[in-house]
Write a protein that binds this ligand. Structure first.
Ligand code: ATP
Ligand code: MG
Length: 434
């Protein structure tokens, strides 16, 4: 029988890599708390209808990327391809949108049936932020400065730029789409196949084409900014000035549109040139009509999502993240006679020094092989508690990283020794009796 492998495009995150994830997650949690945002955890499966109405049935995601299935009672369900629709559903369901500003973040896996390649997977993780209840551009500005601060904390700020665009109100956008379709329809035969399909399904996405010929045809197309109402234009200008004033490298990209139907006014992407084709590490914008569209109270909203795998690829490429290793401080060696007593002994150490990483060898092979493993583990000290030591209530401490004679200590002396040893190693090994 052949070995069962993981589903294509769905990755294991192995222990050797997890340090990057913890590094990212710790910084994110601390940063979002400092801006007064709360975490929300949402189901991974939602009713299919939510994404049809929330993301939009003409979008790439709903048209060809969702994992849809029916459960045992024939309910049509979908593995979430993004987090916004579920977040809005939860806000409406729990009545959390009346006269209040909600500032939320989430982190978790999303699922899209795409062609797997570097930076593009079928299960991938997003960290996302959503804010409900403010229609003012200062909220967009807060989100972008928060992201900028995150890039600074991750030391990625030199490698990313911000692209922004203004889609105007829903009415402006619709008027522009009509003009764009009117301009492109007579040229339909000259468009690439994707753009031809989009001309009826999702015309705005044509602006985002990678096809050089279609790009040339777009040069003389109607310009979006000519369709945007003056209030939206002046808010966008205020945003632009704010971003430049705090030193964010920002470019206005008039062709920037988002894949999802629900965006209006500000849209943005953070991009890097260090990841090849999958260079967008964060994308978002304003979606003032989505809550209403899902039968909630009219509520302005703005948010973004970032692809964590892409950020980790970037951190690895730049090789500058201070990743903590899981190296033990102490490696415990015992034998079949002494193992349970030694475990009790170790519990005493754990109780007093909860910050120390203590690894116990439970294979109980020969002392020679246990010492080899202790050495390989990177531990500072090996503590041996074998039959001989038990009878004298003592242990042997061996220094694995220093040319120093091993010592024999009684249990009481050991605590004092560990406190001194690890406090000089800056392990904050204060005696803490719980
Ligand atoms: P792309 O143009 O790369 O397909 P998108 O517009 O579909 O991106 P969004 O739906 O805006 O992406 O998702 C936000 C972010 O999530 C993206 O900017 C990217 O960093 C990440 N992302 C999207 N799809 C994937 C995927 N299949 N694998 C890994 N990361 C992804
Ligand atoms: Mg996509």
């Amino acid at each position: 029988m052949s070995k069962i492998q993981a589903v294509r495009g769905m990755n294991d995150i192995l222990p050797e890599e997890i340090g990057y994830w913890h590094y990212f997650e710790d910084i994110v949690k601390q940063l979002l708390a400092s801006y007064g945002y709360s975490e929300i955890r949402l189901p991974i499966i939602e009713k299919s209808q939510l994404f049809h109405r929330g993301v939009g049935s003409g979008t790439d995601i709903v048209e060809k990327e969702t994992y849809d299935f029916t459960d045992r009672s024939d309910e049509a369900l979908t593995l979430r391809p993004e987090g916004t629709a579920g977040c809005v559903r939860a806000m409406i369901e729990h009545g959390l949108l009346r006269n209040q500003l909600q500032k939320l973040w989430y982190l978790g896996p999303m699922f899209r049936y795409e062609r797997p390649q570097k930076g593009r997977y079928r299960q991938f993780y997003q960290f996302g932020v959503e804010v409900y209840g403010s229609d003012h551009i200062s909220q967009d500005a807060e989100l972008l400065s928060l992201t900028w601060r995150l890039w600074q904390k991750l030391k990625l700020n030199e490698y990313v730029t911000l692209q922004i665009n203004n889609l105007g109100s829903n009415e402006d956008r619709q008027a522009y789409i009509d003009a764009l379709v009117e301009y492109l329809t007579p040229l339909k035969d000259q468009l690439d196949a994707d753009s031809q399909r989009r001309l009826t399904k999702n015309p705005l996405r044509i602006l985002d084409t990678k096809d050089e010929n279609t790009k040339t045809l777009l040069i003389n197309a109607p310009k979006m900014e000519d369709f945007i109402n003056t209030s939206s234009q002046s808010q966008f200008l205020a945003l632009y000035h704010y971003l430049t004033s705090i030193g964010i490298p920002v470019e206005v990209n008039p062709y920037l549109v988002r894949g999802l139907d629900y965006y209006s006014d500000t849209v943005f992407e953070w991009v890097t040139d260090k990841l090849g084709a999958q260079g967008t590490i964060c994308a978002g914008g304003r979606y003032d009509k989505l809550v209403e569209g899902l039968n909630g109270p009219p509520t302005p909203a703005v948010g973004f999502a970032m692809g964590i795998e892409r950020i980790i690829l970037l951190l690895k490429t730049l090789d500058q993240a201070p990743i903590k290793s899981n190296r033990p401080d102490i490696y415990i060696i015992s034998d079949t006679y002494s193992v349970f007593e030694s475990m009790q002994y170790i519990e005493g150490i754990r109780q007093r020094f909860p910050q120390l990483v203590i690894e116990q060898n439970t294979t109980l092979g020969s002392f020679k092989s246990q010492f080899k493993k202790a050495d390989k583990s990177g531990a500072d000290l090996a503590i041996v508690i074998a039959e001989n030591e038990l009878s004298t209530q003592s242990c042997i401490v061996k220094f694995l990283r220093k040319e120093k004679e091993q010592i024999c200590l009684t249990q009481d002396k050991l605590y004092g020794f560990l406190r001194d040893y690890f406090s000089t190693k800056n392990k904050n090994a204060e005696l803490s009796i719980l």
